[in-house]
Design a protein around this ligand. Structure first.
Ligand code: ADQ
Length: 737
C-alpha cells in the first residue's frame, strides 16, 4: 500500500543525551506541533534530523538512535556539526529566514553556507529515495529544504511531490536580491503542488517564478515544459480538540494537582482581582516583534499611568537558534528592556513584566493560555502564528481578548481579533485599553466565531486538504491524454516513418524548431537546423513543410537557400518547393488602418511590447513586458479587438505571448489539409507548440502523428518536452530515410 513520506528539517521528536542515556522529547515549534497528529494517525514515515550531531552520538548508541526514531515511524538523517552550522544555522537561518521575513539587513550571502545547504538537501533527498516506493506521496516541508523536491524529481520523474512553505514568501522585489534565486525556485518547482499559508505568499511566489524564470503562469498553475505545477494556499490550523480538552482538564485540577506556575498565577488574581494579565508566547526571534512589544507596553504605561498596578505583561520567550549572532543580540536587548522597564515602573507590590526565557512543558502553556485575560501577539512578520489560534482554542468559557499583528498570516482568518500594526505604538496602546475594557459579551461573541472556524479548519483538515489536492494533481497528470514521446514511443514512430511510402512533415517554427527569443528577428535558424531541414527535405518520398505564423519575407529570406515548402502567416502565403510565393487565401488587409491605432495605444501603455507587421495580419508581442501586466493587457486588448472586428471576417489568435489579428478563414489546420488534397500520404507528422498549432492537430486525419511541444493542454496525440528533443526525433528521421 502506498504511504506518505513527510520530510522536514527536524523530526517531531528530539533525541538528546542525558548522562550517556538517550532521552526522547517532543520538538517545539509550529511545524512539529501541527503535523504530529497527522503523522500519528496515518500510514506515514517522517524523515528529519534527530537533534544530535554525528559527533555527539557515541558510536555504541548509533543503533539506539535509529531504533528510538523507528519506534515513532521516523527516520533520522545523520548530520555533522559542520553540516548543521552551514545548512541550519548558516544558510537557512542567516539567509533564507531573514530574507523571507523582510529583514534584509540581517541577510547574509555566504557561498560556503550555500554549498553546505545544497549538499545537506541532497542528503535528505537521498534518504527519501531510499524509502520511496511507486505510488508514495512525498510531502516536503519548509524553507530548510527548498531544493529537495527537484532533487527527488531528478531521480524519480513520476513521483508525486508536495511542498509546504511554513514561513512567508517575500515579494519579488525582496526575493530577487538572493544570489541563488534561480536555483531556489527551480528546486521548489520539482514539486507538483506548492502550498503557502496565505494567498499573498502564493502570489509573491508566482510573481517571482514568472519574472525570474519566465515560466508561463495561468492563475495558480505554472507550465513547465514537461509538467504543470499547482500553487495554492492552505492556512494551517491547530489540533483544536487537544487544546480544548487540555483546557477542560485544567479546570478540573484540584488544588494539589495545580502546577507551581498556576499557583502563582492564582495568587496574583486573588490578590488583585481587577488587574489584567496580558500574555505573549513566542520563540525568541526578531521576527516576533518582542522588543517592539515591550517598547509599546512602555509607551502604554507612560501615556496611561492610570493602568499602573492594573496590568501585567506575562512574557514567555522560548530559546531558539541561540548560535546565531542576531538571536544572541536580541536576547541581550530583551533582557535590558525588561530590566529597564521593570526598574522604571515597579512598585513595592507590583512588577509590570514577568519574563520567562525557557521552554515550558505543555501543561504550563495551558496554564498561561487559560489564566491570562489578553494575548498580545505582535510579530513584525510571521508565516501564520499558531499561538494566536491555540490561545483562542483554550478559552472554553469564551472570554479573553486576542490582539494580533496584521503581519501574521493568522490575521487573514482571525478577523474577530483586534488587529494592529506592530509598529504603531499609539494604536497598540489604544487597543490595549479597548481589550481591558471590552465587555464580556463582546469577548464571547468574538471568540465564539473564532472558535467555530478554528474547530472546523483544524490541522487535520489542513493536512487532509493538502494531501487531497496533491492526489488530484496526480489524477490531472493521468487525465492528460497526450502520450509523452519517450525513447520507446519515439522508436515506434520511427518504425512507422521507415516503413511508410509517402510521408509529409508539418513543422512549426518558433518554440518548436527554435527556442523563443526576446525579439522575433533574433530567432534565425542556426546551421545545425538548416542542415537538418535540408537533409530531411532531400529524403525520398518525404515532403517537409515549415508552417508558421511568421511573415513571408522573414521566413522566405531565412530559407532562401533551402527549397523547403513554406506556409507563412498561418496559411496566407504558400511557397512550393523551388517556386515563388503564392497568396493562398482570398484575404485583404484594408482593415489594418482601423485596427493598428488601437494596438498602438496598448504598445504605448505597456513597456516592452511591440507590433509586428505582416502582410495580412498584425501581431502584438508581449514576451518582454512585465509578465503580470502583459497578461492583463493582453486580456484587455483581446476584448477590445473582438468588439472592434466583429462581423469583419477577422479573428484574434492568442498565441504564446502574442495576439494576432487576421482573416478568420485562415489557420494552420486549413493550410495543412490543403497540402493533403490529391496526395496519398501514409505517414503524416505535425508538430507545434502553441494554440495556433491546435488547428492542425484537430483538422489533420486521425491517424496523423500530432505532437505538442511542452506539456500543455492539447488535442495532439503526443507531447515532447522541448525543442532539443524535437531536433532529436527529426535527426532520427533524417538518418533513417
Ligand atoms: P514558529 O515560528 O515556531 O512556527 P508558531 O506558529 O507560533 O511559530 O508556533 C509555535 C508553536 O510552538 C506553537 O504550536 C506552540 O504551542 C509551541 N510552543 C511554544 N512554546 C512552547 C513551549 N515552551 N513548549 C512547547 N511548545 C511550545 C513556524 C512559522 C509560523 C507558522 C508555523 C507553522 O514561523 O509562522 O505558524 O511555523 O507553519
Amino acid at each position: 500500500m502506498s504511504k506518505t513520506i513527510i520530510i522536514s528539517n527536524r523530526l517531531p521528536l528530539q533525541i538528546s543525551l542525558e548522562d550517556s542515556n538517550l532521552e526522547v522529547t517532543p520538538s517545539v515549534g509550529g511545524l512539529a506541533t501541527g503535523l504530529k497528529s497527522f503523522h500519528k494517525d496515518g500510514d506515514s514515515i517522517w524523515i528529519g534530523w534527530s537533534g544530535l550531531t554525528e559527533e555527539e552520538i557515541p558510536e555504541n548508541l548509533l543503533d539506539d538512535v535509529k531504533e528510538k526514531a523507528r519506534k515513532e515511524d521516523c527516520v533520522a538523517v545523520n548530520l555533522s556539526e559542520e553540516e548543521i552550522d552551514g545548512f541550519y544555522y548558516g544558510f537557512s537561518n542567516r539567509t533564507i529566514w531573514p530574507l523571507f521575513h523582510y529583514f534584509m539587513e540581517y541577510t547574509e550571502a555566504d557561498k560556503d553556507h550555500w554549498e553546505t545547504y545544497k549538499s545537506v538537501n541532497r542528503k535528505y533527498a537521498d534518504e527519501v529515495l531510499k524509502h520511496y516506493e511507486d505510488g508514495d506521496h512525498i510531502w516536503v516541508h519548509d524553507y530548510q529544504l527548498l531544493l529537495v523536491p527537484n532533487m527527488i524529481r531528478e531521480k524519480q520523474p513520476e513521483a508525486i511531490i508536495g511542498f509546504f512553505n511554513h514561513i512567508p514568501f517575500p515579494s519579488y522585489e525582496v526575493f530577487r536580491t538572493l544570489p541563488w534565486r534561480d536555483e531556489v525556485l527551480e528546486g521548489v518547482l520539482g514539486a507538483d503542488l506548492i502550498g503557502f499559508h496565505t494567498y499573498d505568499y502564493e502570489r509573491h511566489f508566482l510573481s517571482s517564478v514568472s519574472r525570474i524564470l519566465r515560466h508561463q503562469v495561468n492563475f495558480n498553475e505554472i507550465t513547465l515544459p514537461e509538467r504543470i505545477v499547482k500553487v495554492d494556499s492552505f492556512p494551517m490550523g491547530i489540533d483544536y480538540n487537544k487544546f480544548e480538552a487540555a483546557a477542560q482538564n485544567h479546570f478540573k485540577n484540584t488544588e494539589e494537582q495545580r502546577t507551581e506556575l498556576q499557583r502563582r498565577l492564582d495568587h496574583h488574581s486573588n490578590e488583585t482581582p481587577e488587574a489584567k494579565l496580558i500574555l505573549s508566547i513566542d520563540r525568541l526571534d526578531y521576527t516576533k516583534g518582542i522588543a517592539n512589544r515591550i517598547r509599546a507596553f512602555e509607551y502604554f504605561l507612560d501615556n496611561h499611568p492610570e493602568f499602573i498596578e492594573k496590568v501585567r505583561l506575562v512574557m514567555l520567550a522560548v530559546p531558539s537558534r541561540s548560535n546565531v549572532p542576531q538571536y544572541q543580540r536580541l536576547k541581550r536587548e530583551i533582557d535590558e528592556l525588561v530590566g529597564r522597564i521593570n526598574g522604571k515602573f515597579s512598585t513595592v507590590s507590583w512588577t509590570p513584566i514577568w519574563y520567562f526565557y525557557r521552554s515550558m512543558p505543555f501543561e504550563n502553556l495551558i496554564d498561561l493560555y487559560t489564566s491570562c485575560d489578553i494575548a498580545l501577539l505582535t510579530p513584525i512578520r510571521d508565516g501564520m502564528n499558531l499561538v494566536a489560534k491555540e490561545f483562542v482554542a483554550t478559552r472554553i468559557n469564551q472570554t479573553g481578548v486576542l490582539i494580533l499583528s496584521e503581519m501574521a498570516g493568522a490575521a487573514h482568518e482571525m478577523n474577530e481579533a483586534l488587529i494592529i500594526n506592530p509598529n504603531n505604538f499609539e494604536q497598540i496602546s489604544q487597543t490595549l485599553i479597548q481589550a481591558i475594557e471590552m465587555p464580556i459579551e463582546e469577548q464571547q461573541q468574538r471568540n465564539k466565531t473564532l472558535q467555530k472556524r478554528l474547530k472546523r479548519y483544524s490541522v487535520e483538515k489542513w493536512a487532509n486538504d493538502f494531501m487531497k489536492a496533491l492526489h488530484n494533481t496526480s489524477q490531472d497528470r493521468d487525465a492528460f491524454k497526450a502520450t509523452r514521446i519517450s525513447s520507446k514511443v519515439s522508436g515506434e514512430i520511427l518504425e512507422k516513418f521507415k516503413n511508410a511510402k509517402n510521408r509529409i512533415l508539418f513543422l512549426d517554427y518558433d518554440g518548436t524548431l527554435v527556442n523563443f527569443t526576446d525579439k522575433p528577428e533574433k530567432a534565425k535558424p542556426d546551421q545545425e537546423l538548416i542542415d537538418l531541414v535540408h537533409k530531411l527535405n532531400q529524403s525520398e518520398n518525404t515532403d517537409v513543410v515549415l508552417i508558421s505564423g511568421r511573415d513571408k519575407d522573414t521566413l522566405g529570406s531565412w530559407w532562401q537557400e533551402i527549397p523547403v515548402e513554406l506556409i507563412s502567416e498561418h496559411g496566407v502565403w504558400m511557397r512550393q518547393k523551388d517556386s515563388e510565393w503564392e497568396l493562398s487565401e482570398n484575404v485583404n488587409n484594408d482593415w489594418m488602418s482601423a485596427v493598428r491605432p488601437v494596438i498602438e495605444t496598448f504598445v504605448d501603455r505597456t513597456p516592452g511590447t511591440f507590433i509586428e507587421d505582416k502582410n495580412y495580419s498584425l501581431a502584438w508581442h508581449y514576451r518582454k513586458a512585465d509578465p503580470e501586466l502583459g497578461e492583463i493587457r493582453a486580456n484587455e486588448l483581446s476584448n477590445v479587438l473582438k468588439e472592434l472586428i466583429s462581423n469583419r471576417g477577422l479573428s484574434v489568435l492568442e498565441g504564446n505571448k502574442v495576439l494576432e489579428i487576421k482573416s478568420s478563414g485562415v489557420n494552420k489546420g486549413k493550410a495543412s489539409n490543403k497540402k493533403l488534397v490529391g496526395k496519398d500520404y501514409d505517414f503524416i507528422f505535425a508538430i507545434g507548440d502553441d494554440w495556433t498549432d491546435e488547428y492542425m492537430f484537430e483538422e489533420l486525419p486521425e491517424e496523423s502523428f500530432t505532437v505538442k511541444v511542452g506539456m500543455k493542454k492539447t488535442s495532439a496525440r503526443y507531447y515532447i518536452e522541448d525543442t532539443s528533443k524535437v531536433r532529436d526525433i527529426l535527426k532520427d528521421f533524417a538518418e533513417n530515410s
